[in-house]
Design a protein around this ligand. Structure first.
Ligand SMILES: NC(=O)c1ccc[n+]([C@@H]2O[C@H](COP(=O)([O-])OP(=O)(O)OC[C@H]3O[C@@H](n4cnc5c(N)ncnc54)[C@H](O)[C@@H]3O)[C@@H](O)[C@H]2O)c1
Length: 269
């Protein structure tokens, strides 16, 4: 997809961080942007930021784990703009920690938002995209934690590996159609996901929390940069979207080397 003018993009979790970065990039490219989120205050704040770029903005309070809510969102989007042709299943929550130390409720919520959310998005929007027959694009936000298993990220990392797998199978399903797919795999992006309990207005507490995470400033890319990277990847038809080539390159090399070494031991060439 090259031309975004007048196309409608729906971005879940679009009121903050990576989702808002995508919304800004798509708005600058001329798209109608619809951001869905569960946090009303963030939606209001995001809408005022987007208003500096475009008038074609719709905010919707919608929880991606609620398929009925997504169906209503689809109807409202069609009434306001045109049917969705760029779907960004981006809403996600953290949930690190060791496997046994993570309570069942956390596992279920993380899998519910990070895997079932994108699945619900595809079930609600993809049939119409296929029926209408025009070109379309789906971006699923996974993570580099879904590419290489680093640190203790049991529930989160598992959900993101599932998101990468889901995206690969969806790409296969859609290979003969005009709908293309990307999977977004950022390593670290500077967003409120690292302090989800704090409201944007709690600026002192946010500053204090950020000071306790110096690595965030050291290695993170900005959400606006990621938004532009997604736009460029859609235009060039890129499936895997990586957001930095530093640490993540060596982690990916290590994973591939480990797997190939195991195959070589078991089946020497
Ligand atoms: N920040 C990072 O370092 C990083 C790295 C890799 C991947 N990601 C992924 O990027 C995506 C966006 O995260 P972010 O860092 O921008 O975080 P964020 O917290 O800034 O934004 C996520 C937004 O999703 C919303 N949300 C959560 N659950 C929802 C639901 N069920 N329905 C609708 N909205 C919901 C939140 O209210 C929030 O506004 C997530 O999928 C996350 O896993 C983030």
């Amino acid at each position: 997809m090259q031309d975004f003018t007048g196309k409608t993009a729906f971005i879940t979790g679009g009121a903050s961080g990576v989702g808002l970065g995508m919304a800004k990039a798509f708005a600058k490219a001329g798209a109608n942007v619809v951001i869905g989120d569960i946090q009303t205050d963030r939606l209001t704040d995001a809408a005022s930021q987007l208003a500096h770029i475009t008038d074609a903005v719709l905010t919707l309070e919608v929880d991606t784990t609620d398929i009925g809510g997504l169906e209503q969102a689809a109807q409202q989007i069609e009434r306001t703009f045109s049917p969705v042709s760029i779907l960004c299943n981006n809403a996600g929550i953290g949930g690190g920690g060791e496997v046994l130390a993570t309570p069942d409720e956390r596992w279920q919520r993380v899998m519910g938002v990070n895997l079932w959310g994108p699945l619900n998005g595809v079930k609600v929007f993809l049939p119409g995209m296929l029926e209408r027959g025009g070109e379309g694009h789906i971006v699923n936000t996974a993570s580099f934690s879904g590419i290489q298993g680093h640190h203790s990220q049991g529930a989160y990392g598992t959900s993101k590996f599932a998101s990468v797998g889901f995206s690969e199978f969806l790409r296969n399903d859609l290979a003969a159609s005009a709908i293309s797919v990307s999977v977004l795999c950022p390593h670290v992006v500077d967003t409120p996901i690292f302090y989800p309990d704090l409201k944007p207005s709690e600026t002192d507490a946010i500053a204090e929390r950020r000071a306790s995470m110096p690595w965030l400033q050291d290695i993170a890319v900005s959400a606006d940069t990621v938004g532009e990277q997604v736009l460029a990847a859609i235009r060039s038809g890129e499936f895997y979207i990586f957001c930095d080539g530093g640490d993540s390159r060596s982690m990916l090399e290590q994973r591939c080397a480990d797997m190939l070494a195991a195959m070589e031991r078991q089946f020497p060439s």
